[in-house]
Structure formats: structure tokens, C-alpha cells
Design a binder for this molecule. Structure first.
Ligand code: A3P
Length: 317
């Protein structure tokens, strides 16, 4: 729905935009610095004022060797995190914690500063909302991207499986429309990517690496080596190949089912919130988009992104 967005004000969250479509389906979000965030249930907030926690991230003190995975939702953060942790530890040990324990939006400044080095953080926030020290200390940032149609399908399945108030009640066609128009948590993917590109261009001294989910999927060992090189690690080719194998979708899904702890909500503990390891494929979008929906998606996406320089793979090659 084009036009002026209607909003309410709430003392705990600030601006609460109305993101519902004509069927009354939409996300319950608050808006901070131009970005939409899930209005989380109190048990996930642990007492913190939600917008204050996001604001606190900017002031967090970082360590020189911190690493940050920056990504739009559902583009492969869990996968990349596991790869990086293995590379820096030099072992094939999987993480017992869930990735939210390292996510800026969940842990805020206090949680970030309390973690021992070497820290591998993750976030869906744009660069302007990250700690000021990211640019000052030239913190290594890795952006992982995924073709937007698979990201959309993955995000839909993620949100559809979560019970209210976080979950999404509309069908896939409605979600795809919200995804394209940015009426979802973290806003539109095209805006996220354009913003990332512009903000990084304005901080040329920042060491960044662009990774693509599809490259990781089609040639995991080469991707792992690329990450190791960027991080300045002397990992052997054999070790990188072993990391790639230990982080295959099948192995990570098994680990997730058997040993993850620290889940942010009961619904993920009992499985009712769905899984972060659904299919792990390139091209699943073909099972969800009709031809007409796919054409409309291409049209709107290309209109915004045609000169952006981001090149996506939509089908495995
Ligand atoms: P699908 O829903 O398409 O299966 P994020 O970690 O950013 O939340 O992304 C989740 C997506 O990455 C899910 O996509 C998930 O299955 C996929 N994924 C997670 N680990 C993976 C792996 N080791 N290999 C391939 N895909 C993986």
C-alpha cells in the first residue's frame, strides 16, 4: 500500500507503524532510525527497553580482533558463524550456543561487552547503527548475501512457523508483497543492500568481505578458504575442506537438533517456532512463486537494483 504510513506511539517502543495489508495481515513492529524491528514478547526482552537496547549497540566497546557477520535475515548467518568459529578455534567443534547469544539486537551493549574474546558477532542492523568503533577500529565485517527469492521464501517459512505475536498470518503471496515493499522486520532487502553499499563506500578504510550463500553452497571449501584468508588465518587447505564438510547443511541440522542451548524462547526449545535449518538449497523459490509472482518480483527488484552491482544466482550451476 503506497502512501503515508499510519503510526501509533508507544512508551516502550516509540513509533509503532501499521504494517497490515488490506486483509489485516502484517507484522507488529516498532520503527527505530528508519528500520522495523519485531515487537518482542516480554520474556525475550529481559527487562530492557527495546529501542534503548538497539541504541546502546552504537556505544559498545569493541576489541580489535572482533569479527561481525552482517546480513539480512535468512541469508546464511548461522552457517557462516559456524565456519568462522571453527576457523578461529582451529577445531571442528560445533557451537553449543545459539547465534542470538552473539546478535547485537538481542544482547545490546552490555551483553556484547560481557562476552570474552575472540568474539564473532552477528547482526541485521545497517552500518550506521553498529558500534562507532567498528569504523574507528577497522573491525572485520563479512556481509553474507543470498538471492532475494530464496531469502524471501526462507523468511516466510521462518515467520509462518512462529506463533503470534511474532509470527505472520498471511499467505506466501502476501508475504512476498510485504518483502518487496519493505513492510517486514528489518525492511526491504533491496534497501538493506543499497544502504550497506553506500555506508561501506563512505567508510573505505573498513575491511569488509562480500560472501554469497550460493557460492558457499556450490563450492563450500573455496568459500571457507576465502573467509580464512580475509581473517588473516594460516588455516591449511585440508583444514578448510574439513570445516566445509563439518558445516554441511545435514551436519549442522543434526547438531542443532542434538545440542543447541540458550534458545531465546520456549517456542524454539519445543520446536513450535520452527527450525533455522529448513531446506538449505538454492532455487527452492521455484516451489513457492507462481510465474506471475516471479515476474512481478523481478520487475520490482530489478527496478531498484539493476545498477547496484549485486549479482545473484537463482538456480544451482
Ligand atoms: P532455508 O529456509 O532456505 O532452508 P540464517 O542463518 O541467516 O537465519 O539463514 C537460514 C537459512 O540458511 C535457512 O534457509 C537454512 O536452512 C540455511 N542454512 C543454514 N545452515 C546451512 C548450511 N550449512 N548449508 C546450507 N544452508 C544452510
Amino acid at each position: 500500500m503506497a502512501g503515508v504510513e499510519k503510526s501509533l506511539q508507544d512508551p516502550n517502543h516509540g513509533e509503532l507503524p501499521d504494517l497490515r495489508n488490506s486483509k489485516g495481515h502484517g507484522f507488529h513492529c516498532y520503527k527505530h532510525d528508519g528500520v522495523y524491528f519485531f515487537v518482542l514478547p516480554p520474556q525475550m526482552l529481559k527487562g530492557a527497553h527495546p529501542a534503548d537496547r538497539i541504541k546502546s549497540v552504537k556505544k559498545a566497546q569493541l576489541k580489535d580482533d572482533d569479527i561481525i557477520i552482517c546480513a539480512y535475515p535468512k541469508c546464511g548467518t548461522h552457517w557462516l558463524w559456524e565456519v568462522i568459529e571453527m576457523l578461529i578455534s582451529g577445531t571442528l567443534q560445533h557451537q553449543k550456543d545459539v547465534k542470538e547469544t552473539r546478535m547485537f539486537e538481542f544482547i545490546g551493549k552490555d551483553g556484547m561487552e560481557a562476552l570474552p574474546p575472540r568474539r564473532v558477532f552477528n547482526t541485521h542492523l545497517p552500518l550506521r547503527m553498529l558500534p562507532k568503533q567498528v569504523v574507528e577500529k577497522k573491525i572485520k565485517c563479512i556481509q553474507i548475501m543470498r538471492n532475494p527469492k530464496d531469502a524471501c521464501v526462507s523468511f516466510f517459512n521462518h515467520c509462518k512457523n512462529i506463533p503470534k505475536p511474532l509470527g505472520y498470518e498471511g499467505d506466501f503471496a502476501e508475504f512476498a508483497e510485504a518483502f518487496l515493499t519493505g513492510k517486514i522486520p528489518f525492511g526491504s532487502y533491496s534497501t538493506y543492500l543499497q544502504t550497506w553499499k553506500d555506508e561501506v563506500a563512505a567508510a573505505p578504510e573498513l575491511p569488509t568481505l562480500d560472501m554469497y550463500y550460493e557460492d558457499m553452497k556450490m563450492d563450500p571449501a573455496t568459500s571457507v578458504k576465502k573467509v580464512a584468508r580475509f581473517l588473516g588465518l594460516a588455516s591449511s587447505d585440508k583444514f578448510c575442506e574439513d570445516v566445509a564438510d563439518a558445516c554441511s547443511f545435514t551436519k549442522m541440522k543434526k547438531v542443532d537438533q542434538e545440542m543447541k542451548s540458550g534458545l531465546p524462547m520456549k517456542m524454539w526449545e519445543d520446536g513450535s517456532g520452527g527450525t533455522f535449518y529448513r531446506k538449505g538449497e538454492i532455487g527452492d523459490w521455484k516451489n513457492w512463486f507462481t510465474v506471475a509472482q516471479s515476474e512481478r518480483f523481478d520487475q520490482l527488484w530489478n527496478k531498484k537494483m539493476k545498477d547496484s552491482g549485486f549479482e545473484f544466482t537463482y538456480t544451482p550451476v
